[in-house]
Design a protein around this ligand. Structure first.
Ligand code: NAP
Length: 252
């Protein structure tokens, strides 16, 4: 039975990978899903796919690092009415840069998207969150580990882990829950895109899979299942938590 019938959900970074899989799953569960991303064609394709599968969706082209874009997202949610029940602040990414090679631009790009983008997405949508709403952030299992040449990205995700705790405290009185999902290596265009060419990508994915106790990469749909759990009444006593969906990589 659909668990989110009549609910409104927003997924940022829904044109690809984890966000796209989550948008599809939330729509399958009966939610109307607002999808965002910067690439118009990919956004249109994502919305069309959900509608073709019988779901209900709206696409809004938006950069999470642009306050004007975030206001347009809020306006679209407001226009539909009934507020927002699920906010999956997922847009993000990173690039390798070893200590010694890190530029201000690398730092600013990573933090503006992953940290600022998440912060201002949640803050802009805050007035529209209904009682009982679920806010879900995409952190990473790297937030409790370290990774050579990936320190800025790891620090940005650790910041999201911290936001999760503080915002859960702030919003508990409004009956809004805040949790994060910490994926391990998940087979997405974003993960492959960390490598400079297809050959290097194949090697990178192989290396990452071998570091997972389950000896494989995760699938975006396996993160989407955790999103639905945190969005649904199955998790109503959870807030401030982080769920590791990483094949045991950070735990064993
Ligand atoms: P992906 O396939 O590259 O998807 C990233 C999504 O974020 C795209 O839809 C992209 O859309 C969007 N995005 C990026 N920058 C944006 C911006 N400034 N404004 C709006 N949208 C933006 O990567 P993914 O692996 O699914 O990553 C999704 C999230 O999971 C990220 O936060 C990532 O850090 C996190 N994560 C991934 C893994 C993994 O192994 N894949 C592991 C841990 C955490 P546009 O290009 O259309 O803007």
């Amino acid at each position: 039975m659909a668990q989110l019938t009549g609910k409104n959900a927003l997924v940022t970074g829904a044109t690809s990978g984890i966000g796209l899989a989550a948008a599809r799953r939330l729509a399958d569960e009966g939610a109307h899903v607002f999808l965002t991303g910067r690439r118009t064609e990919a956004l249109d394709a994502a919305v069309a796919g959900i509608v073709a599968a019988g779901g209900s969706a709206t696409g809004i082209r938006a950069d999470v690092a642009d306050l004007g874009d975030l206001e347009r997202v809020a306006a679209a949610v407001r226009e539909r009415g009934n507020g927002l029940d699920v906010l999956f602040a997922n847009a993000g990414g990173g690039e390798f840069a070893a200590l010694g090679d890190i530029t201000w631009q690398h730092y600013a790009d990573t933090f503006n998207t992953n940290v600022g983008g998440t912060l201002f997405t949640v803050q802009t949508l805050l007035p529209l969150l209904n009682r009982g709403a679920s806010v879900i952030l995409t952190s990473s299992n790297i937030d409790v580990k370290g990774a050579a040449a990936f320190s800025v990205y790891a620090a940005s995700k650790a910041a999201l882990r911290s936001f999760t705790r503080s915002w859960a405290a702030e919003l508990a009185g409004r009956d809004v829950r805040v949790n994060s999902i910490a994926p391990g290596p998940i087979g997405t265009p974003g993960l492959s895109g960390l490598a400079p060419d297809p050959e290097a990508a194949e090697q990178l994915l192989k290396n990452l899979a071998s570091g997972v106790p389950m000896n494989r990469l995760g699938r975006p749909e396996e993160i989407a299942d955790a999103v639905v759990f945190l969005a649904s009444p199955a998790s109503t006593f959870m807030t401030g938590a982080e769920i590791y969906v990483d094949g045991g990589a950070s735990q064993i």
